[in-house]
Design a protein around this ligand. Structure first.
Ligand SMILES: Nc1nc2c(c(=O)[nH]1)N[C@H]1C(S)=C(S)[C@@H](COP(=O)(O)OP(=O)(O)OC[C@H]3O[C@@H](n4cnc5c(=O)[nH]c(N)nc54)[C@H](O)[C@@H]3O)O[C@H]1N2
Ligand SMILES: Nc1nc2c(c(=O)[nH]1)N[C@H]1C(S)=C(S)[C@@H](COP(=O)(O)OP(=O)(O)OC[C@H]3O[C@@H](n4cnc5c(=O)[nH]c(N)nc54)[C@H](O)[C@@H]3O)O[C@H]1N2
Ligand SMILES: [Mo]
Length: 754
């Protein structure tokens, strides 16, 4: 039935207040906010109990981000303001019961904002939206599993099934999820990393033979130089600030490269260090380079030019470990300074000055996140980082290396244990041997390919392990159209979001335990951004007695769909038995059950870090030559990037403020340079309509309030998920197919809707 559901949140009146960006991050306000949020949502006892165990050796892994904890010790509280928000939103006392959800049609529910949907509380029971209805109702677990099994039987082709994963899910659940997809007969396993660090994995895999970072947390103490590129750690990885300030304490320097001077990169007060909270805070970035959006490739080539001119190359490392250096050298030497300066927006002298620091460094770490991975040329930019690190021999020694800073707390682990739409032959044959399931070899869909297939009516069954694909993906309205073509959609979730409303003809909600909750099947495990696998144990009472753990839900879907085998899903009696299976399928997980019980867990092997050794076809690391990208845009247009505010976790909106940037009470905003504003004749708070341009296609979006901001001219910045509607589905990164959420060509016009 046509349900008239909104794919985008309704535009609500927002009383925007523009303050000034904060000079210092965290400190007292951070602590105060952490407790206030916990208390208001979860109550005193649950807050105290949970906050005492977050990120402890025997506690739960904070779902806030993938930043690691110290290997050998834990301070009193290992959390940050945003970890506290993540906890509070999960441990909330509010409940989204079938009565509450069923009291409204899905169309009525879609009139709520994303924040209001989340604040309905924890989902308590399995629910179904039947094909002939527009309201959810309760359903038995067994009936829900039978419906999935029937939908599978009705597929004409296994490729009509798609299983999405969001990176919060545990290793155990993810491994079973991948196995289930492959027993369906498909590698259609899109996941949030397709929109996130896919470009990093792709680039590093080619350059150094592993798609992961090559540093440990302790390296931050030893580095003499750290570049932080395209990342906002104060909001998104606050615990990283401790590592950066340790580098500074030990005499190292930090350089920030970002179109915005993000607050924490100025000064930081450690919220768990009473002495520092009284002082003025540590200055983090020694230099800030306000690069233009998409200007990083040029900037990095500029640094490389300086390094080559000064002869600061580690010749013996290059000869022993790499191929392609001479070609790269010629390529860089021929790069044009004028183009470098115009693309990056940074003067030649400044680039030379920082380039000299980069050249002199004996132990350099380069960190990056979404500011680099969500561009058309992302893979090329990240390979420029690898080139720089290789030329100076920054691998296989402490204090140096590549550090893609992951987002979701287990996005890296999910990949390691098989959430991959193009898995390796070694992995598939090992799983085949251990499970008896014939593994499909055909490459599956990534997130963009999934939507394209669904738009062409080639998907009939879609299941989602967490996440909120409808809001997280680019091109919101087309995604909604695609999902509407599907027969059955299934969300395994803790909280309501738009993906529960924009659904297939029939939809199921399967509610699961969160990280913080007691799990009768034992602890689960996760892998942090630095390749360390460790346990996570919840301690509070589950939100409802009906909840099942994620691995248990997958096990029961597997049993319902494949009662005859060959794989005995019933035999997986607890999470230990899943780990036992993983240890037999994936190298590096030997003695998994024993080692995950050790304090702090264990590191997975990493060739470039531990050797250096290179798992590439040539057995060496590779230099790659990339021409600078085409950066011309039409006269009068802007480049828009979409970022997170301080009050959200991806598509979960906690509140309406972006405290560090001084923007309050509003999310539908666009930050703009004041010179551009006066040229256009707009002032702060005025509303504009935004149109994005992609070939012949135009997408319009109404009523965005202008905020004057210190951002390079010609560049704009808005928040995701609201701005996702403007990102064209086909606009993706070369090689990784990641939506270009940080490079959207747009024009502005005075608002017609206000
Ligand atoms: N509190 C909180 N924590 C989170 C999340 C959250 O939503 N909230 N999300 C988690 C997830 S899944 C992820 S992936 C990470 C994301 O962590 P970040 O990557 O820090 O997230 P974004 O907000 O997208 O910030 C991108 C940064 O890159 C800059 N930038 C944009 N374009 C460019 C460019 O072309 N060049 C350069 N040099 N910089 C650019 C922006 O100004 C911004 O500072 O955080 C994780 N942690
Ligand atoms: N324009 C634009 N778009 C982007 C980005 C951007 O920077 N700009 N960033 C991209 C990035 S980096 C990412 S990672 C994606 C994020 O994409 P997703 O991972 O799909 O989205 P999230 O918002 O993290 O998912 C939140 C939902 O997960 C569910 N959930 C929370 N905890 C649990 C749990 O323990 N178990 C289960 N089963 N469910 C749970 C809740 O229902 C919650 O509403 O978005 C991408 N989209
Ligand atoms: Mo992410």
């Amino acid at each position: 039935m046509a349900r008239g559901v909104r794919a985008q949140p309704p535009i609500k009146e927002e009383k925007l207040r523009i303050g000034s960006p904060k000079k210092v991050a965290a400190g007292f306000t951070g602590v105060q906010k952490s407790f206030a949020i916990g208390l208001s949502e979860a109550g005193l006892m649950r807050t105290i109990k949970t906050m005492r165990t977050v990120n402890k050796f025997d506690g739960y892994d904070c779902p806030g981000c993938a930043w690691p904890d110290p290997d050998d010790h834990r301070s009193g509280f290992e959390f940050c303001e945003n970890g506290a928000k993540a906890f509070a939103t999960e441990a909330t006392k509010k409940r989204a019961t079938p009565e509450l959800i069923g009291s409204k049609t899905v169309s009525q529910l879609s009139e709520m904002s994303d924040m209001e949907l989340d604040k309905l509380g924890r989902i308590t029971h399995p629910m179904i939206l039947r094909e002939d209805s527009d309201r959810y109702e309760e359903i038995d677990w067994d009936d829900a599993f039978s419906i999935i099994s029937e939908a599978r039987q009705e597929l004409n082709d296994p490729r009509e099934a798609v299983l999405y994963t969001s990176g919060r899910t545990s290793n155990e659940a993810a491994f079973l999820w991948g196995t289930l997809a492959r027993q369906f007969g498909t590698n259609n396993l899109p996941d949030c990393s397709n929109m996130c660090h896919e470009s990093s994995g792709h680039a590093l895999g080619g350059s150094i033979g592993i798609g992961k970072g090559t540093v440990k947390l302790s390296c931050f103490d030893e580095a003499d130089l750290i570049l932080v590129i395209g990342q906002n750690p104060g909001t998104n990885h606050p615990r990283m600030l401790t590592a950066l300030s340790n580098c500074k304490k030990n005499g190292g320097s930090v350089i920030s490269i970002n179109p915005l001077e993000e607050t924490a990169m100025k000064k930081f007060k450690h919220p768990q260090n009473p002495l520092q909270m009284l002082g003025t805070g540590t200055q983090i970035a020694d230099e800030h380079l306000p690069v233009r959006i998409g200007g990083d490739a040029a900037l990095l080539q500029g640094f490389a030019k300086v390094m080559l001119e000064r002869g600061n190359v580690d010749r013996s490392f290059v000869e022993e470990h790499t191929i392609g250096f001479e070609d790269w050298k010629k390529h860089i030497e021929s790069a044009d300074w004028e183009e470098i300066v115009s693309q990056s927006g940074i003067g030649k002298e400044r680039i030379e000055h920082i380039g000299r620091n980069v050249s002199k460094s004996k132990r350099m770490i380069v960190c990056w996140a979404m500011g680099l991975t969500q561009h058309k040329n992302s893979v090329a930019v990240i390979q420029e980082i690898a080139n720089l690190l290789l030329a100076a021999g920054h691998f296989g020694k402490p204090g140096a290396g590549a550090c893609p800073v992951r987002g979701h707390s287990n996005v890296q682990g999910d990949r390691t244990v098989g959430i991959n739409h193009h898995p390796s032959e070694d992995f598939l044959s090992a799983c085949e041997k251990e499970t008896g399931i014939e593994m499909p070899r055909e490459r599956g869909y990534d997130a963009v390919e999934f939507i394209q297939a669904a738009l062409e009516d080639r998907v009939r069954l879609y299941m989602s392990m967490g996440g909120n694909l409808v809001s997280a993906m680019s091109d919101t309205e087309r995604v909604a159209e695609a999902i509407g073509n599907i027969d059955l959609s299934v969300q395994i979730s803790t909280k309501m979001n738009r993906s529960h409303l924009v659904t297939g003809r029939t939809a199921l909600i399967l509610p699961c335990l969160g990280r913080t909750e007691k799990d009768p099947s034992g602890f689960v495990t996760v892998e942090n951004s630095m390749g360390m696998v460790h346990s996570s144990t919840g301690s509070i009472e589950p939100a409802s007695h009906m909840l099942l753990s994620e691995p248990e839900i997958v096990r029961r879907i597997g049993s319902a769909c494949f009662p005859e085998g060959p794989f005995d899903w019933q035999s997986l009696s607890d999470h230990d038995s899943v780990r036992e299976l993983i240890s037999r399928c994936i190298p590096g997980f030997e003695d998994y059950n024993t080692r995950s019980r050790e304090k702090g867990g264990f590191y997975l092997p990493n060739g470039p870090r531990d050797g250096p050794e290179w798992d590439t076809t040539s057995g060496k690391a590779h230099f790659f030559c990339h021409d600078l990208p085409e950066r011309e845009i039409d006269e009068g247009r802007f480049v828009l990037m979409t970022v997170r505010s301080h009050d959200q976790y991806n598509t979960t909106i906690y509140g309406m403020d972006d405290r560090y940037r001084g923007i309050y009470n509003a999310r539908r905003i666009v930050m703009m340079n004041e010179v551009d504003m006066s040229k256009m004749g707009v002032t702060g708070g005025d509303e504009v309509d935004i149109t994005s341009h992609w070939g012949d296609r135009e997408i319009h979006s109404e009523r965005w309030k202008v905020v004057p901001y210190d951002i390079p001219r010609g560049n704009l910045c808005s928040y995701f998920p609201e701005a996702n509607v403007l990102v064209p589905l086909e606009s993706t990164a070369e090689g990784s197919n990641t939506p270009t959420s940080k490079w959207i060509e747009v024009s502005l016009s005075p608002s017609s809707g206000s």
